[in-house]
Design a protein around this ligand. Structure first.
Ligand code: SAM
Length: 290
C-alpha cells in the first residue's frame, strides 16, 4: 500500500497536523484508525476489481485507500470542503477515485451509478455520520438506486434495530424498512478506541444485502410504510388506536377493525407485535378498501 497509509494512526495524526484540520462535530467526524476494522469492512463488502464503489463521507481518505486498491473505480462524496485538499493529497497515488464535494442527501446517486457503472448494481461502503444514518439508508433504498449491498459502520444500537424482529424493544419502523429491502447482517462490533476522536457510543459494521425481490408481496408500498410508521408512532397504544390517530391515514374505526379481522389479527394487538409479513398482509387489506 502506498504511503501515507492512513490505517496507521501515526500517519493520520501527521496528515491532520499538516493541514491543521479541525474536527467538525456537526458532520459527525470520527475517523477510523484501526487496520483490523478496515480489513473487516473491505472483506464484508466483498469488493472485487469489477466493482464500482460509492463511499459516503471519506474523511481524510482512510477507507478510500483500501477501496481504491480493491475496486475498479470509487466515487467518494464528502460534505466538508476543508477535507477536499487533504483527499487530493492522500489519494494522489490512485487514479480510480473521483472526489465529489457535496452533501450525500443532495446527490443523485442513481444518476451517478448510471454514469459510472452503466446502471449496474453498485456497492456502497461508509463509516456513516451517525446523525443522518437513517435518511441516507432510506434514500438509497427508496430512490431506486441500483444496489448490490450497503456495508456501513453505524451506532451499535442502530445496527441492532436494523436486525431485530418483533418482541424486542429495538424493533421499529427502521427494522421493517431495512428488512423489506435487504438482508441485514452485523459483521463486526467496533469499540470507541478504533476512532479518532473517540465517539461516546459503541459502533457496529452491518452489511445490507439488497434483495432482488422484496420478501413479501405488497400492493401499495407507500401505504404499508404509512401503516408501519403510524403503528410505531404510538407504540404503547393498540394498533387500532394508532391507525385511527394517524394524520396521514383516513380509515374509520370500522374499516380498521375489519382490515385487522380479515388479516387474522386480534383487535387488541399492538403494532410492535406484527411481523413484516403481517404488515404486508394488513396493508393489502387496507389497499382493497381504498
Ligand atoms: N470514512 C472516514 C473514516 O472512516 O475515517 C470518515 C468517517 S466520519 C464518521 C463521517 C464522514 O462523513 C466525515 O468525513 C464527514 O465530514 C462526512 N459527512 C457528514 N455528513 C455528510 C453528508 N451529509 N454528506 C457527505 N458526507 C458527510
Amino acid at each position: 500500500m502506498p504511503r501515507p497509509y492512513l490505517g496507521d494512526p501515526k500517519y493520520t495524526i501527521e496528515v491532520l497536523q499538516k493541514y491543521h484540520f479541525v474536527f467538525q462535530k456537526r458532520f459527525g467526524q470520527n475517523f477510523l484508525i484501526d487496520t483490523h476494522v478496515l480489513d473487516r469492512i473491505i472483506e464484508a463488502a466483498q469488493i472485487t476489481k469489477d466493482d464500482f464503489v460509492i463511499e459516503i463521507g471519506p474523511g481524510i481518505g482512510t477507507m478510500t485507500q483500501y477501496l481504491a486498491e480493491a475496486a475498479r473505480e470509487v466515487a467518494v462524496v464528502e460534505i466538508d470542503r476543508s477535507l477536499i485538499p487533504i483527499l487530493q493529497d492522500t489519494l494522489k497515488d490512485w487514479d480510480n477515485v473521483t472526489v465529489i464535494n457535496e452533501d450525500i442527501l443532495k446527490v443523485d446517486v442513481r444518476k451517478l451509478a448510471e454514469e459510472k457503472n452503466g446502471g449496474r448494481p453498485v456497492k456502497v461502503v461508509a463509516n456513516l455520520p451517525y446523525y443522518i444514518t437513517t435518511p441516507i439508508i432510506m434514500g438509497l433504498f427508496e430512490n431506486q438506486v441500483p444496489l448490490d449491498s450497503i456495508t456501513i459502520m453505524v451506532q451499535k444500537e442502530v445496527a441492532d434495530r436494523m436486525q431485530v424482529g418483533p418482541g424486542t424493544k429495538d424493533y421499529g419502523a427502521l427494522s421493517l424498512a431495512v428488512q423489506y429491502y435487504a438482508s441485514p447482517q452485523i459483521v463486526a462490533n467496533v469499540p470507541p478506541n478504533c476512532f479518532m476522536p473517540r465517539p461516546k457510543v459503541g459502533s457496529a459494521v452491518i452489511r445490507l444485502t439488497r434483495f432482488q425481490e422484496p420478501p413479501v408481496k405488497v400492493d401499495d408500498e407507500k401505504l404499508m410504510f404509512a401503516i408501519i410508521r403510524a403503528s410505531f408512532n404510538q407504540r404503547r397504544k393498540t394498533l387500532v388506536n394508532g391507525l385511527k390517530n394517524a394524520s396521514d391515514l383516513s380509515f374509520t374505526k370500522e374499516q380498521i377493525e375489519s382490515a385487522l379481522t380479515n388479516a387474522g389479527l386480534p383487535l387488541n394487538i399492538r403494532g410492535e407485535a406484527l411481523t413484516l409479513e403481517q404488515f404486508a398482509q394488513l396493508s393489502n387489506e387496507f389497499a382493497r378498501l381504498k
